[in-house]
Design a binder for this molecule. Structure first.
Ligand SMILES: NC(=[NH2+])NCCC[C@H](N)C(=O)O
Length: 342
């Protein structure tokens, strides 16, 4: 069975494999031993913190494990609040109108303005599922269980959640948006800049990034064309988040121009539709629908996909699911349907 659980130091090698397999453009999983070990240590601290009244430095990182083989098949994370100890950047797409009444000339232009508008919001991040396991709705589970975690532990997260979607780049790591930045401002290639931000080295961004608003129309056409566009591999993830209610509000990545999508946590579909009920362990009929189900613990958090029977004042799950979730009769679980529109 595939079980989502908090990452532990023993998962280091598996996380490293995910970092290697995720390739370039995947900022939050750089192939860097010190950083990956730090991520694990930060996650351990976050899960160990019992009383959290407001989101802070916590970086939750989970792995999905095949409990039959002990193999880690993917990872997924939530940052409680970004940009509290360093600056967190976006370009905001704005509009200016140059208008002359006298000459009867009207031009509406788009601008890009460097900003830190998402400071303090929660971020869904670091989702990677290894290729052989991209089936049986595992990807949906590995993304959407996070909505259940946020719903269950509301005060650990901000009112707003974002996800930065990977922008357009080719198989050599060349990004059309980065091209003009590289040429005029950065003098380094995309993979290097991306790697530096991934390891938390961001002062060069402030030092080198154009800080004055930029007229989009003055950018080369190939850079304009990818503003707000996602990498082909990211399309399913974007669709999934859109069906949860996430929308792009005009914020894009400063390097590859990929869209950042945003939602009010309380409005996320899986947060709204999730239910929390006590468990009765028993027989579940074969024709019952599948759900994402999690327990209600932090350090001992577990999430799985399973069939269950919703009896309105309790749910019936089978013994195998109960064991995987580490719950007993009377313990609460939170769950949301896995099939359906999503
Ligand atoms: N694709 C990138 N590496 N972009 C740079 C990092 C952007 C991110 N919002 C941050 O400030 O950390």
């Amino acid at each position: 069975m595939l079980v989502v659980r908090p990452i532990t130091p023993q998962d280091y090698a598996a996380l490293y494999t995910c970092a290697v397999e995720s390739g370039h453009g995947f900022t939050s999983l750089p192939v860097d031993e010190a950083l990956l070990r730090r991520r694990i240590a930060r996650a351990q601290e976050a899960f160990a913190r019992e009383q959290v009244s407001e989101p802070g430095e916590e970086g939750y990182l989970f792995v999905m494990e095949d409990t039959d083989t002990g193999e880690v098949v993917g990872c997924s994370g939530i940052e409680a609040a970004v940009g509290l100890t360093d600056a967190f950047y976006h370009y905001h797409i704005g509009k200016v109108v140059h208008h002359s009444k006298e000459l009867d000339i009207y031009n509406a232009l788009e601008t890009l303005t460097l900003c830190n508008d998402y400071t303090g919001v929660s971020e869904l991040c670091t989702l990677f599922l290894r290729e052989p396991f991209r089936k049986n709705m595992n990807g949906r589970v590995l993304s959407r269980f996070r909505m259940l975690f946020m719903a269950e532990f509301r005060n650990r997260f901000s009112d707003i959640a974002i996800a930065e979607m990977r922008g357009v780049s080719d198989e050599n790591g060349e990004s059309p948006f980065w091209g003009w930045l590289q040429q005029n401002f950065f003098s380094m290639d995309f993979t290097q800049a991306d790697y530096l931000t991934g390891i938390g080295e961001k002062t060069f961004v402030y030092e080198l990034m154009p800080k004055l608003p930029i007229y989009v129309q003055l950018l080369p056409p190939e850079a304009q064309a990818v503003i707000g566009q996602v990498h082909d591999n990211t399309r399913p993830a974007l669709r999934m988040l859109q069906s949860e209610g996430f929308r792009c509000r005009g914020y894009i990545d400063i390097f590859d121009a990929g869209p950042t999508v945003e939602a009010e946590v309380s409005n996320i579909k899986s947060v709204r539709e999730s239910k929390r009920l006590p468990v009765v362990i028993g027989e579940v009929a074969k024709d019952k629908p599948r759900f994402i189900v999690c327990n209600t613990k932090v350090a001992e958090f577990r999430a799985i996909q399973a069939q269950l029977s919703d009896e309105h004042d309790h749910v019936i799950i089978d013994a195998e699911a109960a064991a995987a979730l580490r719950v007993q009769d009377g313990d609460y679980v939170r769950f949301v349907t896995l099939t359906g529109a999503n």
